[in-house]
Design a protein around this ligand. Structure first.
Ligand code: IVH
Length: 703
C-alpha cells in the first residue's frame, strides 16, 4: 500500500459504512448482510489502529449509530442502553478468552474457583426498554443511540406477551425491563406469505421483509399502531434499566442475574427457558456447543449466545470500558446471511405444476452449511428484487426453512452497467415445461406459471407421490425422493395406486435396493393403508387444501362420497372454506381421472374410518366424550408438550384446535406466558385448562 492508500481506503470505508448504517437503522432495509458490515467495520478499525491520524471523530467506529425517526418522540434513557462486546471468533476459544479476561480483571489466580456465569441466547431482534411505574407499563422506548431512543409505547402495547401490569405486590416504584422484540421464524414466513399475496393482489405499498429482525424493527417503528398490531411480534426480557423501590433501597433486587430473570418471569414477563447457570470457561464452551447444535430447531433466530457474570456485585466490581460492560460478552455463531454470486436461475416443477425459479449460487457457507441453491419464490418476486444472473446476492438460511435469496447487493457503477437481462420466465422456457414439454400457463390474477401437463408430467408425478407419502399425509415410511425418482424414471409407477401393487421382485431389481429396504418399504406401504379421512384428503394433493382444511372437510361431511358429491355452495358452509378452496375441491373431483384414482386406491385396500360428522383416527384413536367435536385454543408454553403435539393429541381425540377465542370455544389450554387469549377466555367464561388438565380430559377423567 502506498502512503495515500490507507487514507483513501479509510475514507471509502467510512462512506460505505455510513450509507449502510442509514439503510439498516433508519430505513429498516439493509443492503448488505450483517456479516459483511462487520467485515468492513473491522477493516476500518484495523486501518485506524495502524494509522491513528486517520481516526476521525465522525468515523462509524467512534460513535454509536441509530437515531430518532421523524414522527417519534425522543426519550432520554434514565440509564444508558449499552451494547456488549462481541466475540466474533465462533470457536470455543471465544468463550475461553472472555473467561480469562474476567479472571484477569478480578486478579484471580488458578487457585481461585471458577466464576459462575449466566449463559443465555443472543436474540436477533431489537432492544427495547419497558418502563413500569407502580407496576404499570407507562413507556416503551427503542435503544436509539443508547442515550436517546424513540417512544414506541403505542406499538409495544399491541404485543400480547408484554404485560400491561406486573404480577407483583407491592410493585417497585420504577422498574425498567430491557429485552428484545423479535419475530418467530414461523410467524415471519407466514407474514411474508401474506405480503406476497397482497402484492400479487396488486397492493402498492407492500413489500416482503428481508429477515425477521428487519420485519420486527419495521413493525416497532410503524407510525400507525394498527399496522404494528398486525405484525406478529414477540418479546424476551434479559436485563434491567432504572430501578427504584424494589423493596426498601432496592433490597429485593436479586443478587444474581439468573435470579433476576426468574423474578421477571414471575412478574409475568416472557423470559427464555433456554438459559443456564454454568461454571467457568468449560461451562461456557459447553453451553455454546449445546445451543449451537440446537440453533436450527429453535423457533426464532439467534446470532449467538451471551455470557454474563452471574453475581451482580461482581458485575459492579468489573464495571465498564467505554460503552461496554466488562462482565458480559456475546459469542457468535456462523452468520445466517451471506453474500455470493448468482450463477444462474433454474426452474423447478412442483406438485401442482407450479414453476419455481431457483437460484444456482456459487457455494457459500451460511447458517452452518454450504448452500448452492436457494428459492426465488416466483417470477414477480425476481423482478421486484431485480435479481439478475451475475449479481452479488444476499442468501439467508435459518432453521429448517429453505434457503432464500433476499436481495441484491448493488456493485460499482461499472458492474451495474454490464448486468444481465431482467428475468422472464416464459421466454426462458420458450413457453414449455422444462420436464415434459407441455405448454406453460398462468391464470388471470395468479403470480405463478404452471405446467399444464398434470400427472402426465414426470416432475409433477414425483412431487405428487412424495406429497402423498409425506409424514402428515399417508405417512409411508421408507419412500424418499431418491426412490421416487427411480420409480418414476424407471416407469414403474405412473399413478398413485400403482405404489401399492409394487412387488418385492420389482423393487429388488432397482439399483441400490437391498432385500431389507424393499421389505421395509412394503411394510411401510401396508401400514399406511389404514388412515383417517382427513389425512387421505390431504394426501390427494388438491390445490389449496392444506392439512387443516382437509380435516375440516372430513369433520364436516363425515365421509368421502359426500365430499365428492358436494356442490360449491355446500363446500362453502365448511369452516374457513372460501370460494377459491370450494372451486378447487369441486374441479378436482369433477375430473373422472381423479375419481378413478380414488376407486383404485380403495381397491388396493386403503381405508379410513368414516363416522357421522366426525372423522376419528382409526388406529390409535383416543377419542372420548368431552373432546370429540369440541373446540380448543392453545396459548402460552406448555411444560412438556409442544404446540404441535398438543394439537395432534386433541385432534386425534376428535377435537378441533383453532387460533382465536370466541363464545364457541369450549376450552382454552394455557401454559406459561399465556397472553390475551387467556384474558379473553376469562372474560367470556371459557373453561381454562393447564397441560395436566388437558391430559386428564384426553384420558377421559374429566369427561
Ligand atoms: S445484554 C449491558 N442480553 O444484543 C448489557 N443483550 O449489544 C446489555 N441482545 O442490541 C445487553 N440478546 O438488544 C443482552 N440475552 C441478551 C441479548 C442481548 C440480544 C442484543 C441487545 C443489543 C445487543 C447487545
Amino acid at each position: 500500500m502506498s502512503e495515500s492508500e490507507p487514507a483513501h481506503r479509510a475514507a471509502e470505508l467510512r462512506a460505505m459504512l455510513q450509507q449502510h448504517a442509514h439503510h439498516y437503522y433508519v430505513l429498516d432495509a439493509p443492503q448488505i448482510p450483517d456479516a459483511e458490515y462487520d467485515r468492513l467495520f473491522q477493516e476500518l478499525e484495523a486501518i485506524e489502529a495502524a494509522h491513528p491520524e486517520l481516526r476521525h471523530d465522525d468515523s462509524p467506529t467512534q460513535r454509536v449509530v441509530g437515531g430518532v425517526l421523524d414522527g417519534f418522540v425522543a426519550v432520554r434513557h434514565a440509564v444508558p442502553m449499552l451494547s456488549i462486546r462481541t466475540e466474533t471468533d465462533t470457536e470455543p476459544s471465544g468463550a475461553v478468552a472472555f473467561d480469562a479476561r474476567v479472571r484477569r480483571e478480578l486478579a484471580l489466580t488458578e487457585a481461585d474457583p471458577p466464576i459462575e456465569y449466566a449463559a443465555e441466547l443472543k436474540f436477533d431482534g431489537l432492544a427495547m426498554n419497558l418502563r413500569y411505574e407502580a407496576g404499570v407499563l407507562v413507556q416503551a422506548a427503542t435503544r436509539g443511540d443508547g442515550e436517546t431512543g424513540e417512544d414506541v409505547t403505542q406499538n409495544i402495547r399491541t404485543i400480547a406477551q408484554i404485560p400491561r401490569r406486573l404480577k407483583c405486590e407491592p410493585p417497585p416504584a420504577v422498574l425498567e425491563v430491557r429485552g428484545e422484540v423479535y419475530i418467530r421464524r414461523d410467524d415471519f414466513e407466514a407474514l411474508n406469505e401474506r405480503q406476497r399475496a397482497l402484492i400479487a393482489e396488486g397492493a402498492k405499498n407492500e413489500k416482503t421483509f428481508v429477515n425477521p429482525r428487519n420485519a420486527a424493527a419495521g413493525a416497532v417503528r410503524q407510525l400507525d399502531p394498527a399496522i404494528a398490531a398486525k405484525r406478529p411480534l414477540s418479546f424476551f426480557a434479559y436485563g434491567l434499566g432504572e430501578v427504584q423501590g424494589w423493596g426498601s433501597d432496592n433490597s429485593a433486587l436479586p443478587a444474581t442475574h439468573s435470579g433476576l430473570l426468574d423474578a421477571l418471569g414471575a412478574f409475568g414477563l416472557p423470559v427464555s427457558a433456554e438459559r443456564a447457570v454454568v461454571q467457568g470457561a468449560e461451562g461456557l464452551v459447553r453451553f455454546h456447543a449445546a445451543i449451537g447444535a440446537r440453533r436450527d430447531s429453535l423457533p426464532f433466530d439467534i446470532d449467538g449466545v451471551v455470557y454474563k457474570v452471574n453475581n451482580r456485585a461482581l458485575q459492579q466490581r468489573l464495571g465498564f470500558v467505554t460503552r461496554e460492560p466488562r462482565w458480559a460478552v456475546a459469542h457468535k455463531y456462523p452468520a445466517q446471511e451471506q453474500m455470493t454470486r448468482l450463477l444462474g436461475i433454474d426452474i423447478q416443477v412442483g406438485r401442482t405444476g407450479k414453476l419455481t425459479p431457483v437460484a444456482k449460487l456459487e457455494p457459500v457457507f451460511v447458517g452452518g452449511t454450504t448452500v448452492s441453491n436457494a428459492t426465488l419464490h416466483n417470477e414477480d418476486e425476481v423482478r421486484r428484487k431485480d435479481v439478475r444472473v451475475g449479481d452479488t446476492v444476499i442468501v439467508r438460511r435459518a432453521g429448517d426453512v429453505i434457503p432464500q435469496v433476499v436481495g441484491v447487493v448493488h456493485d460499482s457503477a461499472a458492474v451495474e452497467a454490464s448486468r444481465g437481462e431482467p428475468f422472464d420466465l416464459y421466454q426462458r422456457l420458450s413457453g414449455q415445461c422444462p420436464v415434459c414439454g407441455s405448454p406453460i400457463g398462468r391464470e388471470e390474477g395468479e403470480v405463478d406459471w404452471r405446467c399444464t401437463g398434470g400427472l402426465t408430467c414426470p416432475a409433477q408425478r414425483k412431487e405428487a407421490i412424495l406429497h402423498f407419502a409425506g409424514r402428515r399425509a399417508m405417512d409411508i415410511e421408507g419412500l424418499g425422493d431418491k426412490l421416487v425418482d427411480q420409480l418414476v424414471d424407471g416407469g414403474l409407477i405412473r399413478t398413485l395406486p400403482e405404489l401399492y401393487t409394487l412387488g418385492l421382485a420389482k423393487l429388488c431389481a432397482l439399483d441400490r435396493m437391498g432385500d431389507k429396504s424393499a421389505a421395509n418399504l412394503l411394510a411401510g406401504l401396508e401400514a399406511s393403508k389404514r388412515t383417517t379421512l382427513g389425512r387421505f384428503l390431504y394426501a390427494l394433493g388438491i390445490r389449496h387444501i392444506g392439512e387443516t382444511t382437509a380435516k375440516d372437510l372430513a369433520r364436516h361431511f363425515g365421509n368421502l362420497d359426500r365430499i365428492i358429491e358436494a356442490a360449491e355452495a355446500q363446500l362453502l358452509e365448511v369452516n374457513d372454506v372460501g370460494p377459491v378452496v370450494a372451486h378447487s375441491v369441486r374441479s378436482f373431483f369433477d375430473q373422472p381421472h381423479h375419481r378413478e384414482i380414488i376407486e383404485q386406491l380403495r381397491a388396493v385396500g386403503i381405508s379410513w374410518q368414516e363416522t357421522e360428522g366426525v372423522a376419528v383416527a382409526a388406529p390409535d384413536a383416543i377419542g372420548i366424550a368431552g373432546v370429540t367435536g369440541r373446540t380448543f385454543v392453545l396459548t402460552g408454553t406448555l411444560p412438556t408438550l409442544t404446540r404441535d403435539a398438543a394439537k395432534e393429541l386433541i385432534e386425534a381425540a376428535g377435537g378441533k384446535v383453532t387460533g382465536s377465542v370466541s363464545k364457541k370455544t369450549n376450552y382454552v389450554v394455557a401454559g406459561t406466558e399465556a397472553g390475551s387469549k387467556l384474558d379473553k377466555a376469562n372474560e367470556l367464561g371459557v373453561m381454562v385448562l393447564d397441560e395436566a388438565g388437558l391430559l386428564a380430559l384426553l384420558q377421559g377423567e374429566m369427561a
